[in-house]
Design a protein around this ligand. Structure first.
Ligand code: C2E
Ligand code: CA
Ligand code: CA
Length: 781
C-alpha cells in the first residue's frame, strides 16, 4: 500500500502542482491588468460623462434664459402684468409656467415690494437688467430660478420662473451618461443631496465629501477606502456657481462586476481543469499502481515458494511485458528449484532416489504404521578392484546397469534407492521376512548372472542385509540400522544374503566404536605386536615368529584381532594398522639382531595393503633400522591377492626384490588351487589350522596335509603348519617333511618381553630323522 500512496502522491504532485501554479499566475496577472484596465475605463467614462453633462447643462441654461426672455416680451402677458390685478396676473403666470415646464412663476413690479406668485415662496431677486439664472431653496426643495426684466418699453418689473431640481433631471442626466448622477447643494458649509438618479444604490457619503473638495472642478477622483471605492466627477449645475454640483459617480465594485464574473468563470474553469487532471492522474496511478501491486504480490508469492499462481498480464503495454518476463522468471525459478530438489534427493549417476529419498519413504511408512514391510541393504563387492582394473568410467557404467537391473527385477511396488557409491537399498511394501529373503536371493542371482558391459557380462557380487518391520525396527532409523547390521554380517560371514539377527545391535555399536577409535589407538600406542614362535622342524629350534596385533582398549579392555581387523578393513584404517605393525616388528627385529641373527618375523597383510606403495614403505623402514629384508615375511591370503592378480604380482615381486619373503596364509580354505597360486611370486605356504588342529584324530586331514606339503615342495615353497596343539601333530608334521610348525603347543602369541623370555628358555626338540632329502631352505618367518 505504501507504494500505491506514494506513487499516487508523486503523480498528483507532478501533474497538479505545475498546472495549479500556471493557473494561479495567469489569474493573478489577468486580475491585475484587468482591474487597472477596468478602472481606467471607468474613469474615462466618467470624464466623458462630466463633459456631456456640462454641455447639456450649459445648453439647458441658455434655453431656459431664452424662454423666459421671450415670455417677458410677450405682449399679452405684459398687458396683464401692467394691470396690476393680482388674480389675473397669477392665472396668466400659471398658464405660462405650465407651458414652459416651470414649477413656479412669479412677477414683481418695480415699485412693489411683494411679488405676485403662483407659489408664495418665490421671491425673485432683481439686481440685473438682463436675464439671470441661479439656484434657490424654496420650501425645502431646490430650484433653478430664471429671472428676466419685463419692459414696456421701460422696465415695469421682473418675471421669474423656477424649475425644480429633482429626479427627473438626474434621471435625464443618467440616461445621457450611463452613470449614476446626484445633485448636491451647499447648505451653510456642508453639501447635501437634493436629487439622485433612480438607478443607483444609495449614494456613498464619500461622494458628497468629494463634491466639497472639488467644488465644481471636473476631475475624476477615486474616493472611499480600498474595499468600497467610488469614482466621482463633478460639474457645477450652473456654470461658475460651485454651490450646486452635479455628481457623476460609479462604485469601482460595480465597474468591476462584469470582470469579476469573468474571473469567476475563469476560476471555476481552472478548478474544473485541476479536478479533471487530478481524477485522470488518480485513475492512471491507481490502475498503474494496482497492477504494480498485483505484480508485487505475485513476486512475494514466488518468494514464498508458490510458483503456480499466474502473473497478472492485462493489456499490452510495458507493464504487461514486465509481467510476462516476470512470469518467465517464475517458471525458470520453478524449474531450477525442481531440479535442485531432484538433485538433493537423487543420485546424479543413476538418477535413483538417494539416502534422503530412502529416509523420506521409510519415515512415511513409519509414520503411517504401515503393515509389515521390508528393507534390503545391498553393498556391491569388489567395486574398488573393478574401478582400478577397468577404469572409473566402466565402473560407473556397471553401477548404472546394476541400478537398472535392481529396478527392473525388484517387485513392481518396490522402491529402489542408490544410497552410497556402491550401495543400494530396496524398500518392499507388504512383505514379510521370508518373502524379503526370497527377493534378496533372487536379486543376488540376477547380479551374479552378470551385468552387460561392452560385449560381455560382468558378474556382480553383493552382500545383502535384510530387515523387516516391525520385528527388526518400527522407525526408519532402527530398521535402516538393522539392515546395515545384517549386511555387515553378510560381509563378515562372506554370504550373499543375511537377515538381521536380534541382539546384533550391541555388537554393531561396539564395532562402530572400534572403527572410530582405531586411529587414536595407533597414535597413542594402544596397539601392540604379540609374537607367536615358529619351530624349525628340521632342527627342533626356534625358526621364526608371527606378529599378531592386540589392542588394549582403555574402556573395552583387551581386544583380539577378530574384533577390530574386520572393522579396520571396512573403515580403511587397516593400512595404518599394517604399517604400524611392520614398523614395530622391524624395530624389534633390529633389537634382536645380535642374539637371533636368523630370526624371521611375519606380518599379516589385508587386501587393501597390497598396493604399489607398500614395497617402498617396507624398504625405507628396513633401511632406516638397518634390518635386511630377509628378516621379514609378509603373509597374504588367497582372497587378498586373487582380486587383482596383476597388481598382487607386481607388489609381491617388488617386495621379494628387497629380500622380503611372501607367504600364502590360511591355505586350503579358499577356492583357488595351487595351480592358481603358481602365477604368484611366493616363498612360503601356511596350511590352515582347520586341517592341523585335529590331525591326531582325523585321517582325512592327515592325507590333505601330507599331499599339500608334497605339492608345495614341488613348487619350491616352504610349508608352515599352524594350529599345532599337541606333540603328536608336531611329530606327524615332521614326519611329513613339513618345514615349520606354529601353535599353542609351543606358545600362544605373547608380548615381546614374554616372547624374549620364552625364546631364552626354549629347549630344542629332538625330532625323528626326516624322511627324504635334505631341505634346501633355511629358517622360516
Ligand atoms: P592368522 O594370520 O591365521 O593368525 C593365526 C591365528 O591363529 C591367531 O589368531 C593365533 O592366535 C591363532 N592360533 C595360533 N596357534 C593356535 C593354536 O594352536 N590353536 C588355535 N585354536 N589358534 C591358534 P589371532 O591372533 O586372533 O588372529 C586372528 C587373525 O587376525 C589372524 O589370523 C590374522 O588374519 C588377523 N591378524 C592378526 N594380526 C593382524 C595384523 O597385524 N594385520 C592383519 N592384516 N591381520 C592380522
Ligand atoms: Ca597369519
Ligand atoms: Ca593363518
Amino acid at each position: 500500500m505504501t507504494l500505491r500512496l506514494s506513487f499516487l502522491q508523486k503523480l498528483l504532485l507532478l501533474t497538479l502542482a505545475p498546472l495549479a501554479i500556471a493557473q494561479t499566475t495567469t489569474i493573478l496577472l489577468v486580475a491585475g491588468t484587468a482591474e487597472r484596465e477596468v478602472l481606467a475605463d471607468a474613469k474615462r467614462g466618467l470624464g466623458v460623462g462630466a463633459e456631456v453633462v456640462g454641455e447639456f447643462l450649459g445648453s439647458r441654461q441658455s434655453d431656459l434664459s431664452r424662454t423666459v426672455e421671450v415670455l417677458s416680451s410677450d405682449f399679452a402677458l405684459r398687458e396683464v402684468l401692467a394691470t396690476g390685478d393680482a388674480p389675473s396676473i397669477r392665472s396668466a403666470l400659471d398658464n405660462h409656467a405650465q407651458r414652459i415646464g416651470a414649477d413656479i412663476g412669479a412677477f414683481i413690479a418695480l415699485d412693489e415690494a411683494t411679488p405676485i406668485s403662483t407659489d408664495g415662496s418665490l421671491a425673485p431677486t432683481i439686481d440685473e437688467d438682463t436675464a439671470t439664472i441661479s439656484v434657490q431653496q424654496l420650501g425645502g426643495a431646490s430650484f433653478q430660478v430664471v429671472t428676466a426684466p419685463v419692459r414696456a418699453p421701460t422696465t415695469i418689473g421682473h418675471l421669474t420662473f423656477a424649475f425644480r431640481i429633482d429626479q427627473r433631471l438626474t434621471d435625464r442626466l443618467q440616461s445621457l451618461t450611463g452613470v449614476s448622477v446626484a445633485i448636491a447643494q451647499r447648505v451653510s458649509d456642508e453639501y447635501r443631496s437634493v436629487a439622485a438618479s433612480t438607478d443607483g444604490e444609495r449614494m456613498p457619503d464619500a461622494v458628497l465629501l468629494e463634491a466639497k473638495a472639488s467644488a465644481g472642478g471636473d476631475m475624476v477622483q477615486a474616493v472611499g477606502d480600498d474595499r468600497d471605492r467610488t469614482l466621482v466627477a463633478s460639474v457645477a449645475l450652473v456654470a461658475g456657481q460651485g454651490d450646486t454640483q452635479v455628481l457623476l459617480y460609479q462604485q469601482t465594485a460595480q465597474a468591476m462586476a462584469p470582470y469579476h464574473s469573468a474571473e469567476r468563470t475563469l476560476l471555476s474553469l481552472g478548478f474544473g481543469l485541476l479536478g479533471l487532471v487530478a481524477l485522470v492522474s488518480a485513475w492512471l496511478a491507481s490502475t498503474f499502481s494496482g497492477r504494480l501491486s498485483s505484480l508485487t504480490k505475485a513476486a512475494e508469492r514466488v518468494a514464498r515458494g508458490d510458483y503456480q499462481a499466474p502473473m497478472p498480464v492485462r493489456s499490452d503495454d510495458e507493464l504487461a511485458r514486465l509481467a510476462t518476463s516476470f512470469g518467465r522468471m517464475q517458471s525458470a525459478i520453478a524449474d531450477r528449484e525442481a531440479q535442485i530438489r531432484h538433485r538433493a534427493t537423487h543420485d546424479p549417476l543413476t538418477d535413483l532416489p538417494n539416502q534422503q529419498g530412502l529416509l523420506d519413504v521409510l519415515n512415511k511408512y513409519g509414520a503411517a504404521a504401515a503393515p509389515s514391510y521390508a528393507l534390503l541393504s545391498v553393498a556391491l563387492a569388489r567395486m574398488e578392484n573393478i574401478a582400478s582394473s577397468l577404469g572409473r568410467s566402466n565402473a560407473d557404467i556397471l553401477l548404472r546397469r546394476t541400478a537398472e537391473l535392481l529396478r527392473t527385477h525388484a517387485p513392481a511396488d518396490g522402491f529402489v534407492a542408490h544410497t552410497g557409491t556402491n550401495e543400494f537399498a530396496i524398500v518392499l511394501p507388504k512383505t514379510d521376512l521370508p518373502a524379503a529373503l526370497e527377493v534378496a536371493t533372487a536379486l543376488d542371482e540376477r547380479l551374479g548372472a552378470g551385468v552387460p558391459l561392452d560385449a560381455t557380462r560382468m558378474p556382480m557380487h553383493a552382500h545383502i542385509g535384510v530387515a523387516a518391520s516391525p520385528v527388526h525396527g518400527e522407525d526408519a532409523d532402527t530398521l535402516l540400522r538393522s539392515a546395515l547390521v545384517a549386511r555387515a554380517d553378510a560381509l563378515t560371514s562372506n554370504k550373499p544374503v543375511s537377515e538381521y539377527r536380534c541382539g546384533r545391535q550391541d555388537h554393531f555399536a561396539r564395532r562402530l566404536q572400534v572403527m572410530n577409535d582405531l586411529r587414536r589407538a595407533l597414535a597413542e600406542g594402544e596397539i601392540q605386536a604379540y609374537y607367536q614362535p615358529k619351530i624349525d622342524l628340521s632342527t627342533g629350534t626356534l625358526g621364526g615368529a608371527e606378529a599378531l596385533a592386540r589392542w588394549i582398549h582403555p574402556t573395552l579392555g583387551f581386544l583380539a584381532p577378530d574384533e577390530f581387523i574386520g572393522a579396520a578393513e571396512e573403515s580403511g584404517a587397516i593400512i595404518h594398522l599394517t604399517r604400524y605393525m611392520i614398523a614395530t616388528v622391524i624395530t624389534d627385529l633390529a633389537a634382536w639382531r645380535e642374539q637371533h641373527p636368523n630370526l624371521r618375523v611375519a606380518v599379516n597383510l589385508s587386501t587393501q595393503d597390497v598396493t604399489a606403495s607398500l614395497p617402498d614403505f617396507v624398504a625405507t623402514t628396513l633401511a632406516a633400522q638397518g634390518v635386511p629384508g630377509s628378516a621379514l615375511t609378509l603373509e597374504v591370503t588367497e582372497s587378498s591377492v586373487m582380486e587383482d592378480l596383476t597388481l598382487a604380482r607386481e607388489v609381491l615381486s617388488a617386495l621379494q626384490a628387497t629380500g622380503v619373503h611372501v607367504a600364502i596364509d590360511d591355505f586350503g580354505t579358499g577356492h583357488s588351487s595351487l595351480a592358481h597360486l603358481k602365477a604368484l611370486p611366493l616363498d612360503q605356504l601356511k596350511i590352515d589350522q582347520a586341517f592341523v588342529r585335529e590331525l591326531a584324530s582325523n585321517p582325512e586331514d592327515e592325507f590333505i596335509v601330507r599331499t599339500t606339503i608334497d605339492l608345495a615342495h614341488s613348487m619350491k615353497l616352504h610349508v608352515v603348519a599352524e594350529g599345532v596343539e599337541d606333540e603328536y601333530s608336531v611329530r606327524t608334521l615332521a614326519g611329513f617333511g613339513c618345514d615349520y610348525a606354529q601353535g599353542y603347543f609351543f606358545s600362544k602369541p605373547v608380548p615381546r618381553d614374554e616372547f624374549e623370555r620364552w625364546a631364552q628358555a626354549f629347549e630344542p626338540m629332538h625330532l625323528e630323522e626326516r624322511r627324504g632329502e635334505q631341505r634346501p631352505f633355511s629358517s622360516a618367518g
